[in-house]
Design a protein around this ligand. Sequence first.
Ligand code: FAD
Ligand code: NAG
Ligand code: NAG
Ligand code: NAG
Ligand code: NAG
Ligand code: NAG
Ligand code: NAG
Ligand code: NAG
Ligand code: NAG
Ligand code: NAG
Length: 587
Amino acid sequence: MLSLSYMLVSRLLAALLVLPTMITVRALHPLQLQRHATSNCHYLPEDAGWPSWNQWGSLNQSVGGRLIAGKPLASVCYGHEANAAACTALQADWTEELIYFTDPIAVMSPKFLNDSCTPFIATATASNSSACALGNLPNYAINVSSAEDLVAGFKFAKDNNIRLVVKNTGHDFLGRSSGQGSLSLWTHNLKDITFLNYTSEGYKGPAVRLGAGVQAYEAYAAVASKDLRITGGLCPTVGLAGGYITGGGHGPLMGSYGLAADNSLEFEVVTPDKGYLVASPSKNADLFWALNGGGGSAYAVILSHTTRAHADGPVAGATVSINNTDETTYWAAVDAWHSLLPALNSVPGAASSFEITEASFFALITVLDGSTTEVTDTLAPFLAQLDQLNVSYASVITYDPTYYAHFSESVSNLPYGPFPTNNLVGGRIIPLSVVSTEDQRSKLIAALRTILGSNTTSWGISGNAANLSVSHTGLDTARLPAWSKMAYTLQINAFPDRDASVDLLNNANAEIIAGQDVLRSLTPGGGTYINEATADPAYWKDDFYGINYQRLLAVKETYDSGVILYGPGVVRSDYWTVASDGRLCKV
Ligand SMILES: Cc1cc2nc3c(=O)[nH]c(=O)nc-3n(C[C@H](O)[C@H](O)[C@H](O)COP(=O)(O)OP(=O)(O)OC[C@H]3O[C@@H](n4cnc5c(N)ncnc54)[C@H](O)[C@@H]3O)c2cc1C
Ligand SMILES: *[C@@H]1O[C@H](CO)[C@@H](O)[C@H](O)[C@H]1NC(C)=O
Ligand SMILES: *[C@@H]1O[C@H](CO)[C@@H](O)[C@H](O)[C@H]1NC(C)=O
Ligand SMILES: *[C@@H]1O[C@H](CO)[C@@H](O)[C@H](O)[C@H]1NC(C)=O
Ligand SMILES: *[C@@H]1O[C@H](CO)[C@@H](O)[C@H](O)[C@H]1NC(C)=O
Ligand SMILES: *[C@@H]1O[C@H](CO)[C@@H](O)[C@H](O)[C@H]1NC(C)=O
Ligand SMILES: *[C@@H]1O[C@H](CO)[C@@H](O)[C@H](O)[C@H]1NC(C)=O
Ligand SMILES: *[C@@H]1O[C@H](CO)[C@@H](O)[C@H](O)[C@H]1NC(C)=O
Ligand SMILES: *[C@@H]1O[C@H](CO)[C@@H](O)[C@H](O)[C@H]1NC(C)=O
Ligand SMILES: *[C@@H]1O[C@H](CO)[C@@H](O)[C@H](O)[C@H]1NC(C)=O
């Protein structure tokens, strides 16, 4: 299409040379404008070029009737569809993940929902349906069931100059699973789970193939029933084969097996340029490399992902909690925790998740195939420091026969977990060097003390993602190099009120970005976990990809030369810019 319009313009320009200027200019002007708009910006529904009902209808036919018209969740609060009871029920559920991951277009991030259709409205406006708009949410979604659905989606988006997005669960903090005026490829219903005895040059052993829609809570239960474990996050509802694996993916199994991306065996995908293919270390190896850490839907849409499975066994663990009853000793205790991390990370199988707020500290420690003695001995220097500081704490040592039992004991409100959706994040990977140098560590603690306040909390995830001799696989992946030097990855969170105004969201977001900037300045040459951060226009390439960026660009060119796949912070996203009306235009 692009080259066609280019040829057309060239021919008309050639004509310009031989025809009288006045006449040609008049004849050319409207046509040229239209062609120009077509090749530079995607259409929005208000444009004459937006596909007709018939065109959407034929797309629907080509995907077996699986095309869904996008509708905001809170449309039950507005206009002729208004239903007071349904709207009240929705208000109560508004921060529950379930309503978002089961919907074809809804996303969780309040930043990208942007109040374009909030259920928290004055009753007086309930009759005004124009106060409920799609905003950043897709106009249509294909309920993907096969490679053919994806091929049809790519073709339609290309032929009709429509923005494309890919959605699995809608957890994304960067806004990569939403987009104004878009067609969404919704992979949530690809739920197959297949166990394999896998044999390849690099790996022989148990494996599991997960459809792209499989969520952690489904996979954990399934693999536990086969006495196996697989990598996955602490959050039970994140999809394992979408944003999680392509970002690298951390979790409580990191101390034994590395990041999720280190455990990959193969992907089944559809790419814009080359259609359906399998990517593994021996087939389309460049794409396999990029999918393991190269960031979101940049190169392909994943149909399934095959990952190593590991023999299950006992899991030792602990929890430690502290309340802030004295500013000085509390932050000294937080400092003491940081100085424990290098030793904790060098225990085989150890990882931790810890929450630090201005009011309290809580750590959950996991030691795969470890013993309670090992956990007790490792924690001893830290607890001794707490005693020395006269800080009171509660600590429990745990021991479970399986990983799933440990997980179930650690995470509340299963199957979906305790995590609310009204979450804005910033983040930074904190290098081991910062944590093990007293002066740099005190600067970090001082920064945390400033950043964390009444509206801001933090999560840290530690584990030896650094130690490839622990994760054993030695797989060449596109994971950010900063993981290999980390003590932990830090996430700063704000949880704006569920009915927060756009102004309030913007303020909270500005606070998060300021905190992220402070952390970047304390960790020069470090990096940021793409899945738990805010993209910074000046830094995202370095923050999310580091030295991998150029090699990732080459993969992007091979499989998506037209940059059909776009998202904020995604490789080659600087090919596009979001215009003031929300339209995606070529830079
Ligand atoms: C409450 C909460 C807890 C979290 N906990 C953890 C954790 O413990 N560990 C961790 O590492 N991360 C965690 N995350 C971050 C999580 O990894 C990211 O939000 C991730 O992007 C979610 O991926 P998804 O596919 O489920 O979500 P989506 O929002 O649907 O998609 C995210 C990205 O993946 C792309 N994508 C989705 N499906 C596909 C597909 N089939 N093929 C190709 N691309 C696709 C989308 O286009 C988008 O770029 C958490 C996030 C939240 C909100
Ligand atoms: C697609 O077709 C199915 C079945 O014919 C229909 O139920 C559905 O509403 C159609 N989708 C759209 C967006 O019109
Ligand atoms: C939110 O909407 C406003 C218009 O109401 C727009 O200016 C802004 O860019 C939007 N923000 C996001 C993150 O989409
Ligand atoms: C309806 O809502 C829109 C968007 O919020 C607003 O601009 C408009 O003034 C409202 N109209 C009425 C009649 O309330
Ligand atoms: C999507 O397709 C699945 C089958 O693959 C079906 O069970 C589900 O109801 C569909 N969802 C919607 C919203 O159409
Ligand atoms: C893998 O091989 C083992 C040992 O032969 C066998 O017990 C098991 O059923 C096989 N699993 C699968 C999924 O084929
Ligand atoms: C990596 O793990 C191995 C095996 O457990 C251990 O001997 C080594 O000390 C670890 N290295 C680091 C840097 O933690
Ligand atoms: C230790 O803390 C307790 C209160 O928790 C206090 O009564 C006691 O005086 C403190 N001791 C010292 C040495 O600070
Ligand atoms: C912290 O405070 C909470 C509630 O105020 C209390 O339930 C808990 O026992 C306290 N924990 C410690 C370690 O003091
Ligand atoms: C926290 O957010 C509230 C609004 O929810 C705001 O009024 C208050 O000023 C914020 N506090 C800080 C310390 O930023």
